[in-house]
Design a protein around this ligand. Structure first.
Ligand code: NAI
Length: 343
């Protein structure tokens, strides 16, 4: 293959449906790269339970080094044990590389009938602190404390990210989502930081909604929102809710962005209920790869994939079960590759 550029990308296939969706996405990215003369060198790493079994570490040191060197990673989901066991690999990586901005665009794909047509909103979630700092301890048997950390630095940084994104992309409105009526100090600080940044972007309308009301407002009328700017926990929950507007977790991509490195991953988890059955929809990870390609300035390759993906949805013939189709992960990947010939 003739390539004018080659990118080294750290690849974490993950577990559950991770290996299946990653395999489909790598094939599609390779095919698009071949057509646009862009090469990819995939540096593969296990993480989580699989890595512990093989190397005695949940996150191998070599994986940290690879992300440090390559600056860009594509990551499948990694299972986190519930109520005990090792800490989330996802949260650990985000904290380690200070990937402070979790960026999640929620947009309909053409041709796919969903509960709400014409959705186009963005969730900007603070990614390094809040209750996800993982500071928990048992005070006495039967009493446990979880510490919610909110800092001026991280809150201002994420607000600045959201407003700068709005300005650059012509977005009109930002809602800061909070619970400062109850958590007056922590969420109060978050809001003060958002307000401080908002006044420096007069062209962007700024509003504040309480998170529980936001859930109701979203389901009643999601069109009132443009960018949701929020803390870590609320952002996590709202992301899954918003994914349902456009067809579910199989579709919505994400980027974890820092100043040095970036890790691109879908909103969804490892989906153990459908793992290993060729049922998973690779669209969410594929759209994460498209975000990654834009990030590394490979616009043509990104647009080629997005156009092929949209064509497959418009045709509606080869779709996975979660969006009403009967095809498997592999067949869907084949269809996207075939569609590239005609875009
Ligand atoms: P999940 O996102 O894995 O699954 C929720 C539901 O959505 C399931 O019914 C699943 O089948 C469906 N689904 C998810 N992705 C899909 C896809 N690509 N195609 C078709 N259907 C899909 O959430 P759950 O079950 O709460 O979490 C499972 C595990 O994943 C947990 O250990 C959790 O900690 C982990 N997780 C990991 C994440 C990551 O690595 N970034 C993010 C979220 C959860």
């Amino acid at each position: 293959m003739v390539t004018s550029r080659t990118h080294a990308i750290t690849l974490i296939p993950g577990d559950g449906i991770g290996p299946e969706v990653s395999a489909a996405v790598v094939r599609i990215v390779e095919a698009a790269g071949a057509a646009t003369e862009v090469g990819f060198e995939w540096h593969r790493f296990a993480a989580g339970a699989e890595a512990f079994e093989r190397f005695g570490e949940y996150i191998p040191q070599a994986l940290y080094r690879s992300i440090e060197e390559n600056k860009v990673a594509l990551k499948g989901p990694v299972t986190t044990p519930v109520g005990g066991g090792f800490s989330s690999i996802n949260v650990t990586l985000r904290q380690k590389f200070e990937l402070f901005a979790n960026f999640r665009p929620v947009k309909n794909l053409p041709g796919l009938k969903t509960r709400y047509p014409g959705i186009d909103l963005v969730i900007v979630r603070e990614n390094t602190e809040d209750l996800y700092a993982g500071l928990e301890h048992e005070i006495v048997p039967g009493v446990v404390q979880s510490l919610k950390i909110i800092t001026e630095k991280a809150s201002t940084r994420i607000a600045e990210f959201a407003f700068a994104y709005a300005r650059k992309h012509g977005r009109k409105k930002i809602h800061a989502i909070h619970k400062a009526n109850i958590m007056k100090l922590s969420d109060g600080l978050f809001l003060r930081c958002c307000r401080g940044v908002a006044v420096t972007y007069p062209e962007v309308t700024y509003a504040e909604h309480i998170v529980d009301n936001t859930c109701m407002q979203l389901v009643m009328n999601p069109y009132q929102y443009d960018i949701l700017l929020t803390e870590n926990l609320y952002g996590d929950i709202l992301s899954d809710l918003c994914s349902a507007f456009v067809g579910g977790l199989g579709l919505v991509p994400g980027a974890n962005l820092g100043t040095e490195c970036a890790i691109f991953e879908a909103v969804h988890g490892s989906a153990p209920d459908i793992a290993g059955k060729d049922l998973a929809n690779p669209t969410a990870l594929l759209q994460s790869a498209v975000l990654m390609l834009h990030h590394i300035q490979e616009k043509e390759t990104a647009e080629r994939i997005q156009a092929a993906l949209e064509k497959v949805y418009e045709d509606g013939k080869v779709l996975t079960k979660d969006v009403g189709g009967t095809s498997g992960t592999t067949a869907f990947g084949d269809a996207v590759i075939a569609a590239m010939e005609s875009v």
